[in-house]
Design a protein. Structure first.
Length: 517
């Protein structure tokens, strides 16, 4: 991969001193950015989150209205969209669908929206009439509107996979979910959230094209790829007898492994993954065998404070450390992923509690008002579409699926049908952003939208001069030579004479919204 200075057209290097065990090291970065923070929210499409802004003016002359900026659906058109608050107590089916049932994604693609099932966030009946034809009222998304109009966003970004959260979060650190030869689950690829199969396990055919979930656990040995049984396998983290979700080893490793420094500096200087729980399906590193093992050993040894994976319920410790040693002192890493607790996540079906925008606004302010602002890019995305309506078709037919999964099985292999779902939002906040209210709308050489969430990993790889994972991160806007050209580079200008000042988010508190435990 070309150097970051070449990709971004920047001649502006930056430097930092690191002090470890009394030894100072000068670290060189190819661009002014030394820290990337990826905030991963839950279960919203572009239309669901922003269709309420249809018809309103947009503060960019190139796009006079919001529908032109973000390609929004008119809620008054047919089908009509219903305003539904973030905290609505319904949860559209957003499974992928394997051998036994179609599932949310396959139903919505083959039969259209309105064919999905619904769950509720409690044992009570749904508080509103279930419908995927819904949008969040603008009164609840003002924080996100501020971020889009003050910074940069990207239109037509597709979810990397077609299923629910566990797989989405794996794609956001690994650009795949298995299935590639030499990955632990080959020839299968994970497509669903983990569940406990019937006693005795489920037998799957040895077919690399099958888009079904792998079941298993990190604490297993001698896996038979055709009989993968999760029943009876548990995690003993902190003495709790909790079911553990599937665990993978990727042939290309993860972006977290790639960024790990070899200079003897603790890993948590290089990456951190901040999660509300070690047992959540949103805690992506715990779904990777060697990362799980490292954390589990740290739990046993009482050394979790120096582990890059950290349980930080509402990211309050992370924010405190931006201003000096907090209650749990940790350095600010080069790459940080942050996932919220349920009530701060935008996930529907939370039984009347939804503080996602307030939490994001608080967290962005904590970073932007700290000494780290001038060297930090914040990227915000939503992990999957959540079953909600979006008028742009999933899995655009122009996308040729040239990923490592299909290539590895030869020219006659069926392309990986797990990949590229519906659109999800992406917002970039940076002192080197190209300008307020900028909307990135890249197209492939044949003029169609051609970007998935894996472009986030391309940006991280380019920023820190990391190799490609050769999964979905590689295949973003390929040129005629088959080389990647995206890297989100149009959203940044590293040749600015002066970094852009931070614009605080208004209407949010100075402390994070609480999480219910």
């Amino acid at each position: 991969m070309p150097k970051a200075s070449t990709i971004f057209g920047s001649s502006h290097r930056s430097y930092a001193m690191r002090n470890y065990r009394g030894v100072k090291r000068l670290v060189t970065f190819e661009t002014p950015i030394q820290h990337v923070v990826v905030i991963v929210m839950e279960n919203r499409t572009v239309d669901n989150l922003f269709a309420g802004y249809y018809g309103q003016s947009f503060p960019n002359p190139a796009y006079p209205t919001w529908q032109q900026a973000l390609n929004l659906y008119n809620p008054a058109a047919t089908p009509t969209l219903t305003p539904m608050p973030l905290e609505a107590n319904i949860d559209p089916d957003h499974s992928h669908g394997g051998l036994e049932s179609q599932g949310g994604f396959k139903n919505e693609v083959s039969q259209g929206f309105g064919s999905e099932r619904f769950g509720c966030g409690s044992a009570d009946s749904c508080s509103q009439t279930p419908t995927a034809f819904a949008y969040v009222p603008p009164s609840e998304t003002g924080v996100y509107a501020q971020l889009i109009t003050n910074w940069a966003s990207a239109n037509n970004v597709y979810q990397s996979n077609q299923g629910p959260s566990f797989v989405s979060h794996q794609y956001l650190i690994a650009a795949q979910s298995g299935g590639i030869p030499n990955s632990l689950s080959a020839p299968l690829a994970e497509a669903e959230n983990p569940s406990t199969p019937p006693p005795g396990g489920i037998t799957y055919p040895e077919d690399p094209a099958q888009d079904i979930a792998r079941s298993g656990g990190c604490n297993i040995a001698g896996i038979n790829d055709q009989t993968l049984n999760m029943s009876g396998r548990y995690s003993q983290l902190e003495g709790k007898n909790k079911s553990i979700f599937p665990c993978e080893e990727y042939a290309s490793n993860t972006i977290l492994d790639e960024i790990t420094n070899v200079e003897g500096i603790p890993t948590y200087y290089d990456w951190q993954y901040i999660a509300a729980s070690e047992g959540s399906i949103w805690s992506a590193p715990i779904g990777v065998n060697h990362l799980y093992t490292a954390y589990n050993n740290a739990v046993a040894n009482g050394t979790t404070a120096t582990q890059p994976f950290a349980v930080d319920v509402n990211a309050a410790n992370f924010a405190a450390n931006l201003y000096g040693p907090g209650p749990t002192p940790r350095p600010i890493a080069n790459l940080t992923y942050i996932t919220p607790c349920l009530q701060n996540s935008d996930h529907p079906g939370t039984s009347g509690v939804e503080n996602g925008p307030a939490w994001v606004g608080w967290l962005v302010n904590a970073i932007g008002e700290s000494a780290y602002w001038k060297t930090t890019t914040i990227l915000i995305t939503w992990d999957d579409w959540g079953g909600w309506f979006d008028h742009m078709p999933a899995n655009p037919p122009q996308f040729p699926y040239p990923n490592a999964y299909s290539i590895a099985y030869g020219p006659n292999a069926v392309p990986d049908s797990n990949e590229w779902g519906f659109r999800v939002p992406l917002i970039a906040i940076s002192p080197y952003g190209v300008g307020a209210a900028y909307v990135s709308q890249p197209t492939s050489p044949n003029g169609v939208p051609y970007r998935s969430q894996a472009a986030i990993m391309q940006y991280v790889e380019a920023t820190f001069n990391l190799p490609s994972l050769n999964g979905d991160d590689f295949y973003q806007n390929l040129n005629s030579k088959g080389e990647p050209t995206d890297f989100l580079k149009d959203m940044f200008n590293y040749n600015l004479a002066t970094p852009r000042p931070f614009v605080p988010v208004t209407g949010v508190g100075s402390t994070p919204p609480p999480c219910q435990q």
